[in-house]
Design a protein around this ligand. Sequence first.
Ligand code: 0RA
Length: 350
Amino acid sequence: MGSTGARGLHHLVFEVVDNSIDEAINKYCDQIKVTIHIDNSVTVEDNGRGIPVELHPQAKKSSLEVVMTMLHAGGKFDAKSYQISGGLHGVGVSVVNALSEWLEVEVKRDGGVYRQVYERGKPKEPAKQIGKSKTTGTKVTFLPDKQIFESIEFHYDILAQRLRELAFLNAELRIILIDERGEPRSEEFYYKGGIIAFVEYLNRNKNVFHKKPISFMDTKDGVVVEIALQYNDSYNEQFFSYANFIHTTEGGTHEIGFKSALTRTINNYAQANNLLRNLKSNLSGEDVREGLTAVISLKLRDPQFEGQTKTKLGNSDVKGIVESITNEKLSAFFEENPPIARKIVFKSVE
Ligand code: 0RA
């Protein structure tokens, strides 16, 4: 988990949520509910396919028990999916289990409800069927181990911030957060517009240059690129980049490709329309990013995370991919929307 402090503690929740997100990415799940209970145990419930429960022939126990007790056994068998895990954390739900005083898993699958309880990662008894169900899903409830973590008190805002971010990055996924401690509190994160709604949210208190964020999406060499951007009248830059749902705070090749294309496209438009008459040189990268709010989200097969905090995307082919997609889509947008393009150029010149 990386730490026994607050960071590691909250990671427990995100680790379980990541498994549900994997189901959502593959369109098996459209709702995730996270509940903080009064004793600081947490429930993560999804309506995905459910963890397989049948007997695992090699292990001679249920697949459910294998997934919950063996390191890296949680991986999907359909390797073609872009898994969220394999990035920063991705240690698997078995680690959450090992670091919990107790954990209870309930799976609805194959017409039944199955349940198993563990203490500090050890099953109390084999998984067994406790009922019937026509639906599917997985529900995990765990109490972090006080012998391991310095504190087991969850912070609502830390959970809310990441869950909101995940909802922005997964358009149409509904994520519900409930806090049963003290005065009950809950929020629902659901954004039909995905990262377009993210940009609108980041600019919610700003005067924007154009009502609708500029957005485009394309796939090249198996890399899915989604970008949304919107200018406001401030001088700040707000830039959020992601690779496989991991916030790449240290940047990387996707950011370099985007920034290079943005500078180039704006200069090209300005030159072609004779808007740089009073300037001795081209607009710089910093010029064109004043007042910019942008979100870029990539999905790729083998993300290379580098840097101090492993939040810098290193894949070298990604720079050219993002650059060419941005050049093409953004110049097309400028050609079709001259008033917006001119406004952006004038602000950059200023
Ligand atoms: C292994 C295989 C399959 C699904 C899952 C794990 C799974 C794990 C979690 C953890 C939380 N929610 C989850 N939902 C699913 C695929 C099973 C299949 O092929 O049907």
